[in-house]
Design a protein around this ligand. Structure first.
Ligand code: ZN
Length: 687
């Protein structure tokens, strides 16, 4: 098996097409066993017992990097395929490995001799010559040993391990049930009049989805492009309501598939276990544990930050809603419901600015957007991006690009851009391989996977993006650049590794700004037939419409952030998940969804992703990203000097220094909230 198992080979890029579910478990088991042996030998060879000699960097940190890299080389492609090409067989193989991996990581986190070796290295004579990155890496390592229960008595250490193992299974099940619930519901339409209001692109995509299942007519699904099109454009109010109900009850005890994929019990178990974990480690609750590795200093600081923003934005949200209701009334809708908001917002936007998301699509064909995006970052950061051909892939739509600088290879990234069946929803960047200097001196270059769920190409036309989709692409590309343009060569703090989670959205939200700048738009837009740039009047309308209903948007994001943070801070006080979200809505929301809404059951960010008691990170980092961008507003949005300065201060240094230090280094002062409020239109106009 070893000889023929592609996951055990030494490859440059993963041999995706050769990976089979039956390769997964044997490869992971083999690597875990090998690594355990190697760690034991490594510790034996470390001169821990003598007073004079301390472990050295290469013998300890680099040796462990090597073991982690081998594990990551096998597990990375498996977990990636599980997300983008899910199948029952792969899912079973993936899940079979989760407890083994959880056990392995707990074992490392609680390995006393290993901890002592790190502690000794941190105060060794060699450490006097360490750079910032090395020092930070060691400090993080020692912190993470503590957060893994290194100081606990044995029985509690075992309980810690059992909790982690259960959590990894439960969060994976949460994600699976959400995917299954999303796939389980479709609506077959045979009478085109039901689709009145929908743009041609959406109809074409729905017809394509029907054909793929050998049906005539159109197939509406809960995949985002389909859901979004109906909620934004369908004149048929009953259809909108039906789709809304199906979408916001996914994986719950409500709606058309009530109880079939219910994440409710899982959520309670996940919250119980997180709470227990936090207490075990000496924290008051899980939100406090979450902050132990973040930029924010205390739960009070986070709550104050969110509540202050809520207070400032609520009047804007209320007047946005009033305006929308007034407009809807003129259109014969006297009572605005959740399934009307997107629809009338779009109509009002069209009336006021004569511009629609759909109309601008024609100016954002994928290749133009990509070439413009690349031109912007090439100018700002002094890099070159070229497309590579002839590589192994998991789907024919996938593309591969290389970044070069002064003719030198920097890194590569895969794009997997379009929504399809058996692919997890949303958009994300995953650091597939870390930049690092190996013990033998070889420099390993980074690789990133960028995944989105855009509307696919239909009717032989190129894929045409909405401006929202363009913004998402820029966002994920910002994460990608953070991972790829690092100059740090220590794996633990290179790229996005070791970056405090509430600072990690800085480079991503920062990149979104170029989607709104005339100079940026000129580069990323061009009509897919005529090639003509976005007309000036359309551009002006887009800019005018930028902060259309930004108060409502802000209120919604604050609702999610406060809900997540409160939930993890107060779990166990007798309130249910629903009661917590209701109390947050009392505080910040200006509109209530129907009682059957089960938003939390699909909130994968906090129940299956890394954002537990950390969803506030988006807003927290937006203060940083907006303020960082304001320097470009002052000095020119395509100013290469400002771009280089941002790259060297923030992108290049990854997790090697505390985020506040990096920010101050770039901006010359601590961050201020003013730019965020101004960019979001949340300041009173002064005449
Ligand atoms: Zn992000």
């Amino acid at each position: 098996m070893t000889a023929s198992n592609p996951l055990l080979q030494d490859f440059d890029l993963p041999p995706y097409s050769a990976i089979r579910p039956e390769h997964v478990e044997p490869a992971i088991s083999q690597i875990l066993a090998d690594n355990r042996g190697a760690i034991a030998r490594l510790l034996e060879s470390q001169p821990l017992e003598t007073q004079h000699a301390a472990p050295d960097w290469a013998g300890l940190v680099l040796a462990l990097d090597e073991l982690n890299a081998r594990l990551g080389r096998a597990w990375g492609p498996v977990s990636h395929l599980n997300a983008v090409c899910n199948s029952p067989e792969l899912r079973a193989a993936y899940e079979a490995c989760l407890p083994k991996l959880s056990e392995y990581w707990t074992e490392i986190g609680q390995n006393k001799p290993l901890f002592e070796a790190y502690a000794a290295l941190a105060v060794s004579p060699e450490s006097a010559g360490f750079d910032d990155g090395q020092k930070t890496l060691l400090a993080h390592a020692l912190r993470d040993f503590r957060l893994s229960g290194i100081d606990l008595p044995e029985a509690e250490q075992q309980r810690y391990g059992a909790i982690q193992m259960q959590l990894s299974e439960l969060t994976s099940r949460f994600s699976n049930q959400l995917l299954d619930a999303t796939q389980a519901w479709t609506k077959h339409i045979t009478d085109e009049s039901a689709l009145a209001g929908l743009p041609d692109s959406a109809r074409a995509q729905m017809a394509q989805a029907a054909q793929a299942k050998e049906l005539d007519g159109w197939l509406i699904s809960l995949e985002f492009p389909s859901y979004y099109a109906v909620m934004t454009y369908a004149d048929d109010r009953a259809l909108r309501e039906e789709l809304y109900a199906a979408y916001c009850t996914r994986a719950s005890d409500q709606g058309p598939n009530a109880g079939q994929f219910d994440n409710g019990p899982l959520m309670e178990q996940i919250l119980d276990l997180r709470q227990e974990l936090a207490r075990l480690l000496g924290f008051a609750h899980y939100s406090e544990l979450s902050l132990a590795s973040k930029m924010a200093e205390s739960t009070e600081q986070v709550l104050h930050f969110l509540r202050d923003l809520a207070l400032r934005s609520k009047p804007f949200a209320a007047s946005d809603l009033q305006e929308l209701q007034a407009y809807a009334t003129t259109q014969g809708c006297s009572e605005l419901n959740s399934w009307d908001v997107g629809y009338f917002s779009e109509k009002l936007r069209q009336q006021r600015y004569s511009i629609s998301q759909e109309q601008v699509r024609a100016w954002f064909p994928i290749d133009k957007v990509l070439s413009g995006l690349f031109a912007i970052v090439e100018k700002l950061y002094g890099i070159q991006i070229v497309e590579l051909k002839g590589f192994d892939s998991w789907h024919p739509d996938v593309r591969l690009f290389e970044i070069n600088e002064h003719g030198q290879h920097v890194g590569r990234f895969f794009f997997d851009l379009y929504a399809r069946a058996n692919k997890r929803g949303g958009a994300w960047m995953d650091g597939a391989r870390d930049k690092r200097r190996a013990a033998d001196g070889q420099l390993i270059s980074p690789v990133a996977n960028l995944v989105c769920n855009f509307t696919p190409a239909v009717n032989g036309q190129p894929a045409l993006l909405t401006h929202d989709e363009v913004t998402t692409l820029f966002h994920e590309f910002g994460h990608g650049l953070h991972h790829l343009l690092t100059r740090v060569e220590h794996a633990g703090v290179s790229g996005i590794n070791g970056v405090a989670w509430d600072a990690v959205e800085l480079p991503s939200q920062f990149m979104e700004n170029w989607c709104w700048e005339p100079e940026g738009l000129a580069l990323i837009s061009g009509h897919f037939e005529s090639g003509e740039p976005l007309p000036q009047d359309l551009l002006e309308k887009m800019l005018e419409a930028k902060n259309f209903q930004s108060g409502l948007m802000m209120a919604r994001q604050l609702e999610f952030s406060l809900f997540d943070f409160e939930l993890h801070a107060t779990h166990g006080d007798g309130r249910s998940v629903l009661q917590v979200i209701e109390s947050i809505r009392d505080e910040v929301a200006v509109m209530r969804p129907p009682a059957y809404n089960r938003f939390a059951n699909g909130f994968a960010h906090i129940f299956a992703g890394g954002y537990a008691a950390g969803y506030y990170s988006y807003k927290w980092a937006e203060v940083l990203s907006a303020d960082a961008f304001s320097k470009f507003e002052e000095e020119g949005v395509l100013n290469p000097e400002t771009g280089r300065a941002f790259r060297e201060a923030i992108l290049a240094r990854g997790g090697s220094l505390a985020p506040m230090l990096l920010f101050v280094d770039f901006r010359g002062r601590e961050p201020s909230i003013d730019a965020l409020l101004r960019h979001s239109g949340l300041v009173e106009e002064v005449a």
